[in-house]
Design a protein around this ligand. Structure first.
Ligand SMILES: [Zn+2]
Length: 158
């Protein structure tokens, strides 16, 4: 049996923060605001995985009121979810995601992101597909005030 889950996330872009996307520190003059490292792609993938497994959402598992997660690497969230899935006999088949921002260009960073995500999830890079879009200058994302991501995950269960 296969299961699909969807995930969405958005973070404000502010000065004085790192821009962590897919576990990679992307050089840029702004970064994601957030309790953890603000990794919009990791968070969207977390929600997609939890959704496919019927396990709720990222806020339930990693509440932003918990000091344990302050500044935490979001790759740790993925590793935690990977173990949850394994304990329920789910196998991760594929992840597809789109990251939306006006700048910087993300394509050149995708190979490193896919490798980091694959390592955290215990799968291979070719099981992760990443896409980059701009918001055509429209809305907060288009004005460079925020970054967003959508993800879909497919799991199988035996
Ligand atoms: Zn987030």
């Amino acid at each position: 049996m296969n299961y699909a889950g969807i995930g969405y996330d958005l973070h404000r872009l502010v000065e004085g923060r790192k821009l962590m996307i897919g576990g990679i520190d992307v050089p840029f003059d702004k970064g994601s605001q957030g309790h953890s490292d603000g990794d919009v792609l990791c968070h969207a993938i977390c929600d997609a995985l939890l959704g496919a497994a019927g396990l709720g959402d990222i806020g339930t598992h990693f509440p932003d009121t918990d000091p344990k997660w302050k500044g935490a690497s979001s790759l740790v969230f993925l590793e935690h979810i990977r173990n949850l899935l394994a304990s329920r006999r789910f196998r991760l088949v594929h992840v597809d995601a789109v990251v939306i921002c006006e700048r910087p260009k993300l394509g050149p960073h995708f190979p490193a992101m896919r490798a980091a995500l694959a390592k955290a999830l215990g799968i291979t890079s070719d099981q992760i597909n990443l896409k980059a879009k701009t918001n055509e200058g429209v809305d907060a994302v288009g004005r460079g005030e925020a970054i967003a991501a959508h993800a879909i995950a497919t799991l199988s269960q035996h």
